[in-house]
Design a protein around this ligand. Structure first.
Ligand SMILES: C[C@@](CO)(OP(=O)(O)O)[C@H](O)COP(=O)(O)OP(=O)(O)OC[C@H]1O[C@@H](n2ccc(N)nc2=O)[C@H](O)[C@@H]1O
Ligand SMILES: Nc1ncnc2c1ncn2[C@@H]1O[C@H](COP(=O)(O)OP(=O)(O)O)[C@@H](O)[C@H]1O
Length: 286
């Protein structure tokens, strides 16, 4: 066993759709951070490629014919010219199709775990090209550290230096397909954001982020009106500095001064919605 790799949720603190490529993909400008919830991918030696699912959201993926973890394993094996043989276990704790890139995070974690198990020695730099071929969000999930995403998601730039803050994630249990949300978007494009080099505290971070937006929030609410209720509920929680939807939804986040405030707020939400409050995912060592 090569040890389980964490696959933390990706949270888009803002997301501007800045343009559209001729192939239909949208150009984005977004600040992605990670955590506080995560899936995990473990890889052990095996004679063939097989995947076991467990965790609270495993049932949501049971019928998935081509799990992103398996696609990642095949892509890595092909890139290094070796058989795709491994016993993989995915512990699914993140809601599926929910705007926090769970599938992308799983694919990135599988690449890291198999790079280690197979001793391919590619490391983050060598895996980046394979990640980009698996989905627009996979490169940022491979880095798993705060980053500004541009292009269709594959251009990664340093994030501003971030202060201490807490994050609350809330999902109402409705799956939203990313292409449907992009298709439902109306209106033009939004310019790139101007960000400082650093935020001194969470309040300053929230003030600047409040001037930005998630361009996918209005079309997602049109497709799934309960998102507006989730946002209102988060906004009303004590200590909440900002509430916004992540990615193409339906998961929304609340920004809090610290992890404890986010954890306390999670307990105050109505039952029935998935929620996780706490500290952002720790930044991996270089
Ligand atoms: C919207 C974002 C923001 O981080 O997050 P999620 O909502 O998925 O978490 C991502 O761009 C999603 O990335 P990912 O889910 O990997 O997308 P892909 O599998 O590559 O593409 C799925 C579909 O989304 C649309 N798509 C995706 C990315 C992009 N920059 N422009 C697009 O138009 C396309 O219709 C594409 O066919
Ligand atoms: N390991 C995986 N986890 C989640 N979704 C997966 C996985 N493998 C394949 N998928 C497919 O990818 C789609 C997008 O899932 P996900 O990454 O959770 O969404 P989002 O990017 O909106 O957060 C799902 O509808 C599912 O069909």
């Amino acid at each position: 066993m090569s040890g389980a790799e964490p696959a933390p949720a990706k949270v888009n603190l803002y997301l501007h759709v800045t343009g559209r490529r001729v192939d239909g993909y949208h150009l984005l400008d977004s600040l992605a951070v990670f955590g506080p919830a995560a899936d995990a991918v473990a890889a052990a030696p095996g004679e063939a490629l097989c995947l076991t699912l467990d965790g609270p959201f495993a049932a949501g993926l049971a019928a998935e014919p081509d799990n992103l973890v398996l696609r990642a394993a095949r892509a890595l094996a092909e890139a290094v010219g070796r058989p795709a043989a491994a016993a993989l276990t995915l512990t699914k704790r993140l809601p599926v199709a929910s705007g926090i890139g769970g599938g992308s995070a799983d694919a990135a974690a599988a690449l890291r775990a198999l790079d280690r198990l197979w001793g391919t020695g590619l490391g983050e730099g060598g895996l980046a090209g394979i990640a980009a071929g698996l989905g627009a969000d996979v490169p940022v999930c491979l880095a798993a550290r705060p980053a500004r995403m541009q292009g269709i998601g594959e251009v990664l730039l340093p994030a501003p230096a971030l202060p201490e803050y807490g994050l609350l994630l809330v999902n109402p249990g409705v799956a939203l397909a990313t292409p449907a949300v992009f298709r439902a978007r109306q209106g033009g494009f939004t310019p790139m954001a101007e960000l400082p080099a650093a935020w001194p505290d969470a309040a300053a971070m929230a003030r600047d982020l409040a001037a930005l937006r998630n361009d996918l929030e209005p079309p997602a609410i049109a497709l799934c009106p309960v998102i507006a209720e989730v946002l209102a509920a988060i906004r009303a929680l004590p200590g909440c500095l900002l509430a916004r939807m992540s990615g193409s939804g339906a998961t929304c986040f609340g920004l809090f001064p610290d992890a404890e405030a986010a954890r306390r707020a999670a307990a105050l939400l109505p039952g029935g919605w998935w929620r996780e409050g706490g500290a952002p995912h720790p930044v991996p060592a270089d």
